[in-house]
Design a protein around this ligand. Sequence first.
Ligand code: DX5
Ligand code: ZN
Length: 226
Amino acid sequence: MSNAVKISPSIMSADLAYLARDLHAVRNADYIHIDVIDGQFAPNLTYGVPVVAACKRATDVPLDVHLMIDNPDDHADWFVDAGADLITFHIEAARHAHRLLAHLHDRGVKAGVVLNPATPVCMLESIIEDVDVVMLMSVNPGFGGQSFIEGTYAKLNQLVALCREHDVHPLIELDGGVSVSNAAEVAAAGADLLVAGSAVFGAADPHRAVAELRALAESGLSKAGA
Ligand code: DX5
Ligand code: ZN
Protein backbone atom coordinates (compact mmCIF):
# COMPACT_ATOMS: atom_id res chain seq x y z
CA MET A 1 0.00 0.00 0.00
CA SER A 2 1.35 3.44 -0.80
CA ASN A 3 2.12 5.82 2.05
CA ALA A 4 -0.46 8.50 2.92
CA VAL A 5 2.31 11.09 2.90
CA LYS A 6 5.26 10.52 0.62
CA ILE A 7 8.84 11.63 1.23
CA SER A 8 11.18 12.69 -1.56
CA PRO A 9 14.75 13.31 -0.33
CA SER A 10 16.58 15.89 -2.45
CA ILE A 11 20.05 14.80 -3.51
CA MET A 12 21.08 18.46 -3.49
CA SER A 13 22.07 17.82 0.11
CA ALA A 14 23.57 14.37 -0.55
CA ASP A 15 27.29 13.77 -1.00
CA LEU A 16 27.64 13.41 -4.77
CA ALA A 17 30.99 11.68 -4.29
CA TYR A 18 29.07 8.92 -2.50
CA LEU A 19 25.76 9.16 -4.33
CA ALA A 20 25.09 5.40 -4.51
CA ARG A 21 25.75 5.10 -0.76
CA ASP A 22 23.40 8.00 0.01
CA LEU A 23 20.68 6.65 -2.31
CA HIS A 24 20.95 3.27 -0.60
CA ALA A 25 20.51 4.95 2.79
CA VAL A 26 17.15 6.41 1.70
CA ARG A 27 15.76 3.29 0.00
CA ASN A 28 12.71 3.68 2.30
CA ALA A 29 11.79 6.93 0.50
CA ASP A 30 8.85 7.17 -1.91
CA TYR A 31 10.75 9.20 -4.50
CA ILE A 32 14.24 10.60 -5.02
CA HIS A 33 14.11 14.33 -5.76
CA ILE A 34 16.63 15.53 -8.35
CA ASP A 35 17.00 19.31 -8.75
CA VAL A 36 18.11 20.19 -12.25
CA ILE A 37 19.09 23.89 -12.39
CA ASP A 38 20.50 25.58 -15.49
CA GLY A 39 21.96 28.79 -14.05
CA GLN A 40 19.35 30.75 -16.04
CA PHE A 41 15.95 30.02 -14.59
CA ALA A 42 17.35 29.85 -11.05
CA PRO A 43 20.66 30.94 -9.55
CA ASN A 44 22.65 27.71 -9.39
CA LEU A 45 24.07 25.15 -11.77
CA THR A 46 23.58 21.65 -10.46
CA TYR A 47 23.49 18.53 -12.64
CA GLY A 48 21.63 17.10 -15.58
CA VAL A 49 20.93 14.03 -17.63
CA PRO A 50 23.98 11.88 -16.64
CA VAL A 51 23.19 12.25 -12.93
CA VAL A 52 19.54 11.27 -13.47
CA ALA A 53 20.74 8.20 -15.41
CA ALA A 54 23.23 7.39 -12.63
CA CYS A 55 20.47 7.56 -10.00
CA LYS A 56 18.36 5.23 -12.14
CA ARG A 57 21.15 2.66 -12.10
CA ALA A 58 21.73 3.04 -8.37
CA THR A 59 18.21 2.81 -6.92
CA ASP A 60 14.79 1.28 -7.49
CA VAL A 61 13.07 4.24 -5.82
CA PRO A 62 11.15 6.27 -8.45
CA LEU A 63 12.87 9.45 -9.60
CA ASP A 64 11.16 12.83 -9.09
CA VAL A 65 12.96 15.23 -11.44
CA HIS A 66 12.42 18.92 -10.68
CA LEU A 67 13.35 20.99 -13.71
CA MET A 68 14.41 24.52 -12.77
CA ILE A 69 15.37 25.32 -16.33
CA ASP A 70 14.29 27.74 -19.03
CA ASN A 71 12.32 26.22 -21.86
CA PRO A 72 11.54 22.81 -20.33
CA ASP A 73 9.40 22.19 -23.45
CA ASP A 74 12.53 21.42 -25.48
CA HIS A 75 14.48 19.48 -22.84
CA ALA A 76 12.05 17.39 -20.81
CA ASP A 77 12.40 14.40 -23.16
CA TRP A 78 16.07 14.03 -22.23
CA PHE A 79 15.04 13.35 -18.66
CA VAL A 80 12.38 10.82 -19.64
CA ASP A 81 15.05 8.99 -21.64
CA ALA A 82 17.36 9.09 -18.60
CA GLY A 83 14.79 7.32 -16.41
CA ALA A 84 12.65 9.98 -14.70
CA ASP A 85 9.37 8.62 -13.31
CA LEU A 86 7.89 12.02 -12.43
CA ILE A 87 8.84 15.29 -14.10
CA THR A 88 7.83 18.66 -12.71
CA PHE A 89 8.55 21.90 -14.55
CA HIS A 90 7.95 25.52 -13.64
CA ILE A 91 4.82 27.19 -14.92
CA GLU A 92 6.91 30.39 -15.14
CA ALA A 93 9.32 28.74 -17.58
CA ALA A 94 7.15 26.63 -19.86
CA ARG A 95 6.01 28.08 -23.17
CA HIS A 96 3.16 25.60 -23.61
CA ALA A 97 2.49 23.95 -20.27
CA HIS A 98 -0.63 22.14 -21.46
CA ARG A 99 1.13 20.63 -24.47
CA LEU A 100 4.14 19.60 -22.37
CA LEU A 101 1.96 17.84 -19.79
CA ALA A 102 0.18 15.91 -22.54
CA HIS A 103 3.50 15.03 -24.15
CA LEU A 104 4.96 13.72 -20.88
CA HIS A 105 1.85 11.61 -20.33
CA ASP A 106 2.21 10.20 -23.87
CA ARG A 107 5.76 9.26 -22.94
CA GLY A 108 4.46 7.30 -19.96
CA VAL A 109 5.70 9.39 -17.03
CA LYS A 110 3.87 11.32 -14.34
CA ALA A 111 3.89 15.06 -14.92
CA GLY A 112 3.35 18.16 -12.85
CA VAL A 113 3.87 21.88 -12.60
CA VAL A 114 5.69 23.98 -10.02
CA LEU A 115 4.87 27.45 -8.71
CA ASN A 116 7.49 29.80 -7.31
CA PRO A 117 6.66 31.59 -4.05
CA ALA A 118 5.64 34.73 -5.99
CA THR A 119 3.36 32.90 -8.45
CA PRO A 120 -0.31 32.78 -7.48
CA VAL A 121 -2.34 29.57 -7.33
CA CYS A 122 -4.82 31.02 -9.88
CA MET A 123 -2.19 30.30 -12.57
CA LEU A 124 -3.30 26.65 -12.26
CA GLU A 125 -6.95 27.28 -13.04
CA SER A 126 -6.81 26.02 -16.65
CA ILE A 127 -4.53 23.01 -16.14
CA ILE A 128 -5.43 21.66 -12.70
CA GLU A 129 -7.29 18.76 -14.34
CA ASP A 130 -4.23 17.79 -16.40
CA VAL A 131 -1.58 17.34 -13.71
CA ASP A 132 -0.55 14.36 -11.58
CA VAL A 133 1.34 16.66 -9.22
CA VAL A 134 1.32 20.31 -8.26
CA MET A 135 4.42 21.46 -6.46
CA LEU A 136 4.55 24.63 -4.42
CA MET A 137 7.98 26.10 -3.76
CA SER A 138 8.21 27.00 -0.09
CA VAL A 139 11.59 28.68 -0.70
CA ASN A 140 12.89 30.53 -3.72
CA PRO A 141 14.47 28.00 -6.08
CA GLY A 142 18.23 27.56 -6.21
CA PHE A 143 19.62 26.24 -2.96
CA GLY A 144 19.08 23.76 -0.17
CA GLY A 145 18.93 24.70 3.49
CA GLN A 146 16.76 27.85 3.20
CA SER A 147 13.98 28.81 5.62
CA PHE A 148 10.40 27.82 4.93
CA ILE A 149 8.26 30.75 3.70
CA GLU A 150 5.23 30.91 6.01
CA GLY A 151 2.96 32.36 3.31
CA THR A 152 3.01 28.89 1.75
CA TYR A 153 0.25 27.80 4.15
CA ALA A 154 -2.19 30.28 2.56
CA LYS A 155 -1.25 28.97 -0.89
CA LEU A 156 -1.77 25.37 0.26
CA ASN A 157 -5.27 26.30 1.40
CA GLN A 158 -6.02 27.93 -1.95
CA LEU A 159 -4.66 24.93 -3.84
CA VAL A 160 -6.71 22.45 -1.80
CA ALA A 161 -9.81 24.59 -2.50
CA LEU A 162 -9.05 24.70 -6.23
CA CYS A 163 -8.66 20.91 -6.36
CA ARG A 164 -11.94 20.46 -4.50
CA GLU A 165 -13.71 22.85 -6.88
CA HIS A 166 -12.52 20.79 -9.86
CA ASP A 167 -12.97 17.46 -8.06
CA VAL A 168 -9.38 16.40 -8.80
CA HIS A 169 -6.75 14.88 -6.53
CA PRO A 170 -3.23 15.61 -7.76
CA LEU A 171 -0.40 14.95 -5.33
CA ILE A 172 0.46 18.21 -3.61
CA GLU A 173 4.22 18.44 -3.36
CA LEU A 174 6.05 20.95 -1.19
CA ASP A 175 9.68 21.88 -1.77
CA GLY A 176 11.93 23.82 0.53
CA GLY A 177 12.50 24.16 4.25
CA VAL A 178 10.56 21.03 5.21
CA SER A 179 11.84 19.46 8.43
CA VAL A 180 10.72 17.69 11.59
CA SER A 181 9.59 21.07 12.92
CA ASN A 182 6.87 21.57 10.28
CA ALA A 183 6.20 18.16 8.63
CA ALA A 184 3.01 17.62 10.65
CA GLU A 185 1.67 21.13 9.92
CA VAL A 186 2.30 21.05 6.18
CA ALA A 187 0.68 17.62 5.88
CA ALA A 188 -2.31 18.82 7.90
CA ALA A 189 -2.58 21.74 5.46
CA GLY A 190 -2.80 19.35 2.50
CA ALA A 191 0.75 18.57 1.31
CA ASP A 192 1.14 14.86 0.63
CA LEU A 193 4.55 14.67 -1.08
CA LEU A 194 7.28 16.33 0.95
CA VAL A 195 10.69 17.15 -0.47
CA ALA A 196 13.43 17.25 2.14
CA GLY A 197 17.10 17.85 1.41
CA SER A 198 19.01 19.09 4.43
CA ALA A 199 16.50 17.52 6.84
CA VAL A 200 17.35 14.08 5.42
CA PHE A 201 20.96 14.15 4.24
CA GLY A 202 22.03 16.57 6.98
CA ALA A 203 20.74 14.12 9.60
CA ALA A 204 23.06 11.64 11.29
CA ASP A 205 20.88 8.80 9.98
CA PRO A 206 19.12 9.69 6.68
CA HIS A 207 17.14 6.41 6.67
CA ARG A 208 15.70 7.20 10.06
CA ALA A 209 15.08 10.84 9.04
CA VAL A 210 12.87 9.67 6.15
CA ALA A 211 10.85 7.43 8.47
CA GLU A 212 10.57 10.15 11.09
CA LEU A 213 9.39 12.82 8.63
CA ARG A 214 6.79 10.44 7.22
CA ALA A 215 5.53 9.45 10.67
CA LEU A 216 5.24 13.10 11.77
CA ALA A 217 3.48 14.06 8.53
CA GLU A 218 1.05 11.16 8.75
CA SER A 219 0.24 12.02 12.37
CA GLY A 220 -0.43 15.64 11.30
CA LEU A 221 -2.67 14.37 8.53
CA SER A 222 -4.71 12.10 10.78
CA LYS A 223 -5.11 14.85 13.39
CA ALA A 224 -6.36 17.21 10.65
CA GLY A 225 -8.87 14.58 9.51
CA ALA A 226 -10.02 13.76 13.05
C1 DX5 B 1 15.64 24.31 -4.04
C2 DX5 B 1 15.37 22.87 -4.38
C3 DX5 B 1 15.05 22.01 -3.23
C4 DX5 B 1 16.11 21.86 -2.17
C5 DX5 B 1 15.37 21.71 -0.87
O1 DX5 B 1 15.76 25.02 -5.24
O2 DX5 B 1 14.31 22.79 -5.31
O3 DX5 B 1 14.61 20.73 -3.67
O4 DX5 B 1 16.95 20.76 -2.35
O5 DX5 B 1 16.30 21.71 0.15
P1 DX5 B 1 15.88 21.82 1.68
O6 DX5 B 1 14.97 20.65 1.97
O7 DX5 B 1 17.20 21.74 2.39
O8 DX5 B 1 15.19 23.14 1.85
ZN1 ZN C 1 13.43 20.79 -5.78
